[in-house]
Design a protein around this ligand. Structure first.
Ligand code: ATP
Ligand code: MG
Length: 483
C-alpha cells in the first residue's frame, strides 16, 4: 500500500477525530493540516462556515471580518486533502479502501467506517508518525488495544505552535490592518514567522555571558506562570549592545526561530519619515500587534534613536511619538503579555537614563576575541571544502574583525576561487581574502575630502575636482600608486 493512501487516511481520521473531540485545539493539528482550515481576518469565502457570526469588531469598512480560528466540523474535500497531504489525486489514493466514501455531488470524502479506518491506519503507521500528529496521538494513546507507546503531551510538545505559522500571522495582521490606511504602519513594523528565519543559534558563536543570559531568559519564559504568581514582573526586556556586525540582530532572530516565536521588528528610523501626526498612533498599534501575536519577540533596532530624539530639538510630534514608545515599553510585559522585548544599539554612549532604565538585562556583544573568531570561522565554513584549513591561524591575523567581517572575508575567498573555476578553497585563498578585506577597510576609513587625491580618483586626473573644493592639488606629480 502506498504512502499516499496512508497520508490521506491520516488526514481523514484526523479531521474526523478533531471534529468530535472538542477538547482538542489548533495546536493539536500538524501545521500542514491546520493551514488548510485556518480562516480569519478577512472572511472572503466563508468555506467552513458553521454559523459563526461574521460581525467582527471592526466590520464597518471593507470585507466583513471575523475572529481567526478553525471551525468544526472539518470537512474533507479533494481540494483540502490535496493541499494538506500533498497527494495529487487523494480520492484515487483511497478509493479502493472499503471504509472510504465520496459524495459525488459535494466532493466530500468521508470515512464510512471509522473503526475499520483506525485499525487499518494503526497497522501501518509507526510511532514517529503519531508523534507528528497530536490529535491522533491522543486518540490512539487512549485506546489500549492499539499498543502505541506515545502520549498526547509528547506529540503536543513536538508540534509547532500555531503562532509560528505564516497563515496565522497573516490572518491576524489582516484583521488588524487596513491595507490602505496602514501603509505607513507596514513600513514601521515587519513581522516574520519563525519558519521564515533561516538562522539558528547553532550558527552563532556566543560568549559565555551571552549564553548564560539567553538560557536565563529561556527559563523565565518556560516558568512565566510561576514568576507571575510570585509577583516578579520586571523580566524580559533585553538590550543588546555592541558594534556593528557582532550578531545582535542574528541572535534575536535565531532566538525567535529556536523558540518558535513570531519576530516583530520595529524600524525606529522609519518613524521620522512618516507623517508625524500618525506616528504616535502607529507606535501604539505596533505594540498592540505584538500583544496580539504573543508569544512573540518584539525587536527594536537602533534604540539610540530614542535618546537622540529626546535630546535634540526635534519636532514636538516626533518627541511625542518617542514618549509613546517609552510608555508602551513600560506597558508591555513578558510575564503578562508574553512579549519578549529586545532592543539593540551600536551607540550605548548615546542612551540616556530613561532609555537604560527600561531594560532589565544588558547583553554585551563585543568584537570576538581570537578564540571566538576561530569558532566563527569553523561555523561559517561548515559546508565548504578548504585544503590545509587552519582557523586558528586565520583568527590570529584577523584581530578587530567581527563575525560579519569574517563572513565577508569568506565570501571574497569563495568568489575569487570561482574566477579560477575552483569550488575547493585553500588556506592561501583565505589569507589573500583577509588582505583584500583590509585594503577595503582602509579605503572605507579614508577621509574622502582631505584624502590623497590620486588615491581617490582613478587615473588621477579629474579636471574640476580640485577647483570646486578650494583645494589645489598639484596635477603634475607622478601617478604611480600601487595598492
Ligand atoms: N558571533 C557570531 N557568530 C556567527 N556569526 C556571526 C556572529 N556575529 C556576527 N555574525 C554574522 O555576521 C552577520 C551580521 O550580523 P548581525 O546583522 O546580527 O550584526 P548586528 O550586530 O545586528 O549588526 P548591526 O549593529 O550593524 O545591526 C550575520 O550574517 C551573522 O551571522
Ligand atoms: Mg543589526
Amino acid at each position: 500500500m502506498s504512502d499516499a493512501a496512508l497520508d490521506v487516511v491520516e488526514f481523514l481520521l484526523t479531521a474526523s477525530v478533531y471534529s468530535d473531540d472538542r477538547t482538542l485545539d489548533e495546536n493539536d493539528l500538524p501545521p500542514s493540516f491546520r493551514r488548510v482550515y485556518w480562516t480569519g481576518g478577512v472572511d472572503d469565502d466563508g468555506e467552513n462556515g458553521d454559523g459563526e457570526s461574521g460581525s467582527g469588531s471592526s466590520g464597518s469598512r471593507g470585507p466583513s471580518r471575523r475572529p481567526a480560528g478553525i471551525s468544526r466540523p472539518l470537512s474533507v474535500t479533494t481540494t483540502t486533502a490535496r493541499e494538506a497531504t500533498g497527494v495529487d489525486r487523494p480520492w484515487e489514493a483511497v478509493s479502493e479502501l472499503m471504509f472510504t466514501e465520496r459524495d459525488e455531488f459535494s466532493g466530500t470524502i468521508t470515512l464510512a467506517q471509522q473503526g475499520m479506518a483506525e485499525k487499518w491506519f494503526a497497522e501501518r503507521a509507526d510511532e514517529e508518525r503519531l508523534l507528528e500528529n497530536p490529535t491522533l496521538a491522543k486518540h490512539f494513546a487512549d485506546r489500549e488495544e492499539y499498543n502505541f507507546d506515545v502520549t498526547h503531551e509528547e506529540a503536543r510538545d513536538r508540534n509547532r505552535p500555531i503562532q509560528a505559522d505564516r497563515v496565522w500571522i497573516d490572518a491576524l495582521l489582516d484583521e488588524y490592518f487596513d491595507e490602505e490606511d496602514d501603509e505607513e504602519m507596514l513600513d514601521l513594523v515587519e513581522v516574520r514567522a519563525p519558519e521564515e528565519v533561516d538562522i539558528t543559534l547553532d550558527d552563532l558563536v556566543l560568549t559565555d555571558d551571552q549564553q548564560n543570559e539567553l538560557d536565563k531568559i529561556a527559563k523565565a519564559i518556560e516558568h512565566r506562570d510561576y514568576l507571575s504568581n510570585i509577583g516578579l514582573r520586571e523580566i524580559g526586556k533585553l538590550l543588546f549592545v555592541g558594534p556593528p556586525g557582532t550578531g545582535k540582530t542574528s541572535t534575536a532572530q535565531a532566538l525567535a526561530r529556536d523558540m518558535d516565536l513570531p519576530f516583530v521588528e520595529v524600524k525606529l528610523s522609519m518613524i521620522t519619515s512618516q507623517y508625524l501626526g500618525e506616528t504616535a498612533k502607529n507606535v501604539d498599534k505596533t505594540f498592540e500587534v505584538a500583544k496580539r501575536l504573543s508569544p512573540c519577540i518584539l525587536f527594536i533596532d537602533e534604540f539610540d534613536f530614542v535618546a537622540k530624539t529626546r535630546r535634540s530639538d526635534e519636532h514636538a510630534a516626533l518627541k511625542r511619538a518617542v514618549n509613546t514608545l517609552l510608555k508602551s515599553i513600560d506597558n508591555v510585559s513578558l510575564i503578562e503579555d508574553d512579549v519578549l522585548l529586545i532592543g539593540a544599539t551600536n551607540h550605548p554612549d548615546q542612551l540616556d537614563d530613561a532609555a537604560w532604565r527600561r531594560f532589565d538585562e544588558i547583553i554585551n556583544f563585543p568584537k570576538p576575541d581570537s578564540g571566538m573568531r576561530a569558532d566563527i570561522l569553523q561555523v561559517i565554513t561548515r559546508q565548504m571544502k578548504i585544503d590545509e584549513f587552519d582557523p586558528h591561524l586565520i583568527a590570529e591575523v584577523t584581530e578587530g574583525l567581527t563575525g560579519s567581517d569574517l563572513r565577508m572575508v569568506l565570501r571574497e575567498a569563495v568568489l575569487e576561487a570561482l574566477t579560477e573555476d575552483r569550488t575547493r578553497l585553500t588556506q592561501e585563498d583565505l589569507l589573500n581574502a583577509v588582505e583584500e578585506f583590509e585594503e577595503r577597510d582602509n579605503l572605507k576609513n579614508m577621509d574622502m575630502i582631505e584624502g590623497d587625491h590620486d588615491a581617490l580618483v582613478a587615473g588621477g586626473d579629474i579636471e574640476s575636482a580640485a577647483s570646486d573644493g578650494g583645494h589645489s592639488h598639484d596635477h603634475d606629480h607622478d601617478h604611480s600608486h600601487d595598492h
